[in-house]
Design a protein around this ligand. Sequence first.
Ligand code: PBG
Ligand code: ZN
Length: 279
Amino acid sequence: MPGNFQLSPDLLAEEVRQAAELGLGGVILFGIPDTKDGVGSDAMSGFGIIPQALRAAKEAAPELLLVTDVCFCEYTDHGHCGVVAEAGGRVDVDNDATLKMLGQQAVAHARAGADMVAPSGMMDGMVGAIRGRLDADGLSHVPVMSYAAKYASASYGPLREAAECSPQFGDRRSYQMDPAAAAGQAIREVELDLAEGADIVMVKPALPYLDIIRQLHDHFPGVPLAAYNVSGEFSMVEAAAARGWVDRKAVALEWLLSIRRAGASIILTYWAKDVARWM
Ligand code: PBG
Ligand code: ZN
């Protein structure tokens, strides 16, 4: 993934210092553990890679908002977003067994200094499970930003390579949304997440789903709406710009503007530092 690297906690410290100096609204951390296993143990440990990273980042940039991606695909050896089990003759993610583990992961992050947690696995009930565990552990002040309408997109490839989280068998279509689904499905997903206590809801990817962003914006006035400008969207522009086919800065700004115009009030983008400099 062009210009994006795995960082150890010591290098992360320098990165978040820059992010804070540039005035970014925050950063989101994805953890890549030394060892993966069937249940993604590192993700639930208070000494895992994300708690280590959070402590280093908080020390380096105490005022910067630290968000953590809460999922299991980077931590499991099979690369799925939860634990897997056989059911009806096929191996698939065990939604309900994963919920308890998501709660543990969120608590580990919040205790280590995460200012907000962002579950990205599209498990049914994930927001409620996380909210319940955080509240029970005295962490009711930590908000949840839910990847509420996350589609089984073809645009996640560069991130999956960078974060070593490709599924080793099958795909994610049993838990992520069907790109062909009518917009009503996204509305129902958001309704459920809000009822379970989500503070911010997200649409992902952003650009092929600007219609969804617009409809959610109109349907849920006042609800903070985030959009994730994903790795494939970013990398296509970087590749074309490297060949001299497009003007990187002009295209990036135009694309991000379109996400804003569609109704997102928060944008997650790999261009964040560039945009802060340009603006
Ligand atoms: C993992 C996760 C993915 C992304 C964010 N969190 C990959 C996936 O769902 O396969 C994609 C982000 C991007 O492509 O920029 N749950
Ligand atoms: Zn995942």
